[in-house]
Write a protein that binds this ligand. Structure first.
Ligand SMILES: Nc1ncnc2c1ncn2[C@@H]1O[C@H](COP(=O)(O)OP(=O)(O)OP(=O)(O)O)[C@@H](O)[C@H]1O
Ligand SMILES: [Mg+2]
Length: 254
């Protein structure tokens, strides 16, 4: 995938800018506060549909304007593609891919693949597991559309199951229904664990090579995926499911 062109209007401190990009490496050099990170952010926004900064979406629009747009032309699998993003103050943003409007912004994930690394991303290593999960969720969703679907499904199943657990003793029916929801939770959750493990197993080889380079081979880099059901054999979906079920059964009384 190659981004050829980036056109931004009223985006943060940019009034109107059009940048033709080189198809290998592009480096942006500028003074502090000149807009380098803003440029990166506009690309990220066109990839994931949201900013990596903590600001509200209105702040993406230039302070003295009400509308902003980002237009990206790219080549993917030999096809020319265009992503158009329109931001309007206090409104939901709209996204067009090749002129066709998307129903949901999240549908754009996976078209413009991107990985961002900023100083704040040190929290992937130093911070809590939620930061690492967020990072790998964004990455895997870009590679596998199925993963995004599984995450949404898992959230819904978890919410439904929690409602049933809350009314476990007040509604006698729930004692039968809970097993159905446990199965949903285990099946969806196991697929997620499997894909996360698959991703980490791939990533760790790249990371180990890069780290060997940085450290002059003096240190060895390793990483693995550990989740709540314990470090069982994550390469086999059936074993994951079994451990997941066991974990739920062990906690049943609690
Ligand atoms: N909505 C907005 N309207 C106008 N200007 C904005 C808006 N949001 C941010 N800015 C301006 O953008 C500038 C920051 O740009 P950016 O963070 O991209 O700089 P940078 O080139 O990455 O700087 P550094 O080298 O310090 O990282 C600031 O001057 C800020 O005031
Ligand atoms: Mg910056």
């Amino acid at each position: 995938m190659i981004i050829n062109k980036l056109k931004i209007k009223n985006y943060r401190n940019f009034k109107d800018a059009e940048i033709e990009l080189n198809n290998s490496l592009n480096i942006f050099i500028g003074d502090n506060g000149q807009g380098k990170t803003n440029l990166m952010e506009s690309i990220y926004l066109s990839s994931i549909g949201r900013t990596f900064r903590l600001n509200s979406e209105n702040e993406l629009i230039n302070f003295s304007e009400n509308k902003s747009s980002v237009e990206i032309s790219l080549i993917k699998n030999n096809y020319n593609m265009k992503i158009d993003l329109l931001l309007e103050k206090n409104k939901r943003k709209t996204v067009h891919i090749n002129g066709v409007k998307l129903d949901k912004t999240s549908e754009m994930i996976g078209i413009l693949n991107n990985v961002i690394f900023t100083p704040d991303d040190m929290r992937i290593i130093k911070g809590s597991p939620v930061e690492r999960r967020k990072f790998i969720n964004i990455d895997i969703s870009q590679i596998k559309p199925k993963y995004k679907y599984l995450l949404n499904k898992y959230k819904k199943v978890l919410t439904e199951r929690n409602i049933i657990l809350k009314n476990y003793y007040t509604n006698p029916q729930n004692k039968d229904i809970i097993n159905i929801w446990n199965d949903y939770l285990v099946n969806t959750g196991s697929d997620i664990i499997f894909l996360r493990n698959e991703y980490i197993e791939k990533l760790k080889h790249y990371a180990a090579d890069i780290y060997a380079d940085i450290s002059g081979k003096k240190e060895k880099f390793e990483m693995s995926y550990c989740c709540n059901i314990g470090r069982s054999e994550y390469l086999d979906n059936e074993i994951i499911k079994k451990s997941f079920h066991e974990k739920i059964n062990n906690n049943n009384k609690k």
